[in-house]
Every structure is written in C-alpha cells, then in structure tokens.
Design a binder for this molecule. Structure first.
Ligand SMILES: Cc1cc2nc3c(=O)[nH]c(=O)nc-3n(C[C@H](O)[C@H](O)[C@H](O)COP(=O)(O)O)c2cc1C
Length: 399
C-alpha cells in the first residue's frame, strides 16, 4: 500500500546483478508505484533498456543530453520522486555519489533528489571490503542515505563472501520499510502467531487450521513502523518477517514459556496465535499402532494453559495487551466477556468459517473492541492492511 501512486526512481549501474533489477521493477509496479528507470552506460552492457521501458511503461533515462524535450528532465524527475533506489550500485557509482560527482544521468539526478534514497551495493567481496568503498558507503550513510547490506555467499566471480545483491523481494520489503512512518520507534512488541500442535504420539498431533498469516502481518507492520519485534510462532509455512526475531515453538506449553519469560522486556503484547484449547493427557512415546482393523481409540484430553489469561494477570499498567478472538457464534458478546475475564486492553474479534475471513484467508474482517466498551469495525481487507489499522488503534490508545 505504501508504494501505491508513489514516484520511484530506480537507478541501475553496471554490475553483474543488474538482471535482478528487472524483478525489482516488476514488484514496484505491482505495488502501484510509478517508476522511472535510470541506467548508466555500463548498466546497458548487462541488460537491455527495452525490458525496463516495457515493464516500467516509461522511457529509460540514460543520456543526460538526449531528448531533453525543452525540459530539464533529471531535475523534474528528482523533484517529483518519493523514493530513489540504486540496485545494483557499483563501487564506481558509490564513489561518485559519496564525493558529489555528477557526470551522468544517474549521478546528476541523485544529487538533486530530496527524497529517501536506498543504495544497494553489489560487487566482488574484495572490492566490497576495500577500505575506499567502505569509506564511501559510510559517507553516504552518515549523510542520511540508506545502505542495504549485501548478502554473503558464492559470487558470480566464483569468490565467496559479502557482495551479492539481496533478492528483489527483500529489497522491495526494505523499500517499503524505508518509506513507512516510524511511529512505533522505541516500542518493543511481543507477538504470538500460528497454531500450536499437541502431540498424541511421535507422529500425530491435535491442532487447528491457523495459517499464521494474521500474526505475521502484524509482526511485519510493527517492524516496518520502527518497533523491535519478537515473534513466537507455532508451526506455519511462512517466511520469517524481515528484521523480526522469530522463536519457533510447537505446543501451548512451549509457547507459554517463551511468551511469559519475555513479558518484562516488552511494551505491547499481541496474542494472535490460535492456541489449542486441549491437549492429550498422556502422549505416547512410541507410535500407536492399528490392531485388527476394528479397534477403537479414545483420546483423553485436558485443558491447556490459558496463555492470554496468564499474561493478563501479570501485565503492568504501562503494558498494552491485545487478544484475538476467533469465534463462530455470538462474536461481540464473547469478545466483551474475554476482555474482562483476561484483563485485555483490546480484542480483535473475527468470525472464522467464512472463505474470505479468518484462518487461512489472505483477507480478514475484524471488529476491534476496547476496554472502555467502544469498538471499531474494520471492513474486509487484506491482512496486512488490517494489521496496520490494528497498530493505528494501539498507538492511539497508548498515547
Ligand atoms: C563482467 C563485469 C562484471 C562487473 N560487475 C561489477 C559488479 O558486480 N560490481 C561493481 O561494482 N562493478 C562491476 N563491474 C565493473 C563496473 O562495470 C565498472 O566499474 C563500471 O565503470 C561501472 O560503471 P557505472 O558505475 O557507471 O555503472 C563489472 C565489470 C565487468 C566487465
């Protein structure tokens, strides 16, 4: 959402990773950004301009003096830009920019921008470690530009070390973070997400349909807004949100230990996890075998710990506690009862069971209910949008 209708300059320089800029451009366009690509002469030796012109639906700026159209194109672009990214950024271009040189369309435009800038260095690891390159990166960072550290691994030049351009999805994620207002800076947030699994025997378990998508969206949103986020996660098939500390757990008991031991270190606790209400009383240490094809198996279950209630009992008055309620009936009534019973500050109640809301969906329809009895309806929208609105309300209530 943050990139919707934003003017983005994508600078591409003459590095072997220039091909990755194609995918980055695609992601920026998909997010609704207006992108103008600026290429150095060397960049054009690695990837042709046609691909970028077609994907960006814009002419590529490369020759400062060509097609000026009686306008000063680079200044016009610089003025309009909401963000500028150089990916990949060569040692050469980094050096020029650190020293205020402007000898081509990219460096000239970049010296004129006032928007946030992200530089993504990519080169051979010895070049990257070179003291002059490091000095130039330091200068750019101290001057307020964002430097995205390169990945480590085997590089195109067959050496191993730091210097590889991060994957396009990662660069895109950090561009979003760069543009997001940091209204959670200084806040420490503890989030639980996903299901728990309760062992029946070493190969079977009792669990639920929680995908973890909502909790992960909240973790991503809080991190992008500047919070220090710890995510205690049950087993899910999701990538870890960038910049978030993820702790994997399986059972409710494990989740309780991880959540409760961190309570003293956080300002906000958001319990999104769908913790199994019951667990088998007596999980077997070896696999339960079938017998004659007609045998019956009775599973005796016992109630699990109520993690949310335990946190509610321990929380201080400066901490803000949010619970999620996944209900199938009497949504509001049950949510209000839960706020009181568990000492919550807010509850996000969602109806599970509908295709477009609840556990596995990418969208959710949520009713936020507060301690003072007020409430706010969030209409059906993507879970990452729901997460941002949820955080807006937490910040408002904490002020
Ligand atoms: C095959 C090849 C690959 C290169 N890869 C890189 C690279 O990954 N990073 C880098 O900083 N320079 C790399 N260079 C060197 C740059 O292309 C060179 O320094 C050039 O002057 C950069 O110009 P620019 O910064 O204007 O794009 C490479 C050169 C060649 C011939």
């Amino acid at each position: 959402m943050i990139l919707q209708n934003k003017y983005v300059l994508l600078g591409i320089t003459g590095g072997i990773a220039a091909y990755k800029a194609v995918e980055l451009l695609r992601l920026l366009k998909k997010a609704g950004a207006y992108v103008t690509v600026i290429m150095t002469e060397s960049a054009k030796k690695f990837v042709g301009i046609t691909t970028f012109e077609v994907l960006s639906e814009n002419p590529v700026l490369s020759d400062l003096y060509f097609d000026t159209d009686a306008s000063v194109k680079h200044i016009e672009l610089a003025k309009k830009a909401d963000a500028a990214i150089i990916a990949p950024a060569t040692a050469n271009t980094i050096g020029k920019l650190a020293n205020g040189l402007a000898d081509n369309a990219l460096t000239t435009t970049l010296l004129a921008v006032t928007c946030p800038v992200m530089v993504c260095p990519s080169m051979n690891s010895d070049m990257y470690q070179n003291i002059r390159v490091q000095r130039n990166l330091d200068i750019l960072e101290k001057d307020g530009w964002h430097i995205l550290d390169p990945d480590s691994g085997v590089l195109a030049c067959k050496t191993t070390g730091a210097g590889r351009l991060p994957e396009p999805w990662f660069i895109f994620d950090r561009i979003e973070a760069m543009l997001t207002r940091k209204d959670m800076k200084g806040k420490r947030v503890l989030i639980s997400a996903g299901p728990t699994v309760e062992a029946i025997d070493p190969v079977r378990y009792v669990s639920n349909h929680s995908s973890g998508k909502m909790g992960y969206a909240v973790a991503r949103a809080a991190e992008k807004r500047g919070a220090v986020v710890t995510l205690v996660s049950g087993p899910v098939h999701l990538d870890s949100p960038v910049g978030v500390t993820r702790i994997n757990v399986e059972s409710c008991d494990e989740m309780a230990v991880q959540m409760l031991s961190r309570l003293g270190e956080v300002d906000i606790i958001i319990k999104v996890a769908a913790v199994a209400d019951y667990k088998p009383i007596d999980p077997k240490s070896s696999k339960i075998k079938k017998k004659d094809g007609h045998s019956e198996l009775t599973l005796n279950m016992v109630e699990n710990l109520d993690i949310l209630k335990l946190i509610g009992e321990k929380k201080t008055k400066n901490q803000f506690l949010v619970g999620f309620a996944a209900e199938t009936d009497d949504l509001e009534k049950n949510a209000v009862l839960k706020i009181k019973k568990k000492n919550l500050d807010m509850i996000a109640a969602n109806i599970v069971g509908a295709d477009d809301s609840g556990f596995k969906a990418d969208t959710n329809k949520v009713k936020l209910i507060f301690r003072d009895g007020s409430f706010s309806d969030i209409p059906l929208m993507k879970k990452n949008e729901v997460a941002d609105i949820l955080i807006d309300h937490i910040i408002e209530k904490m002020l």
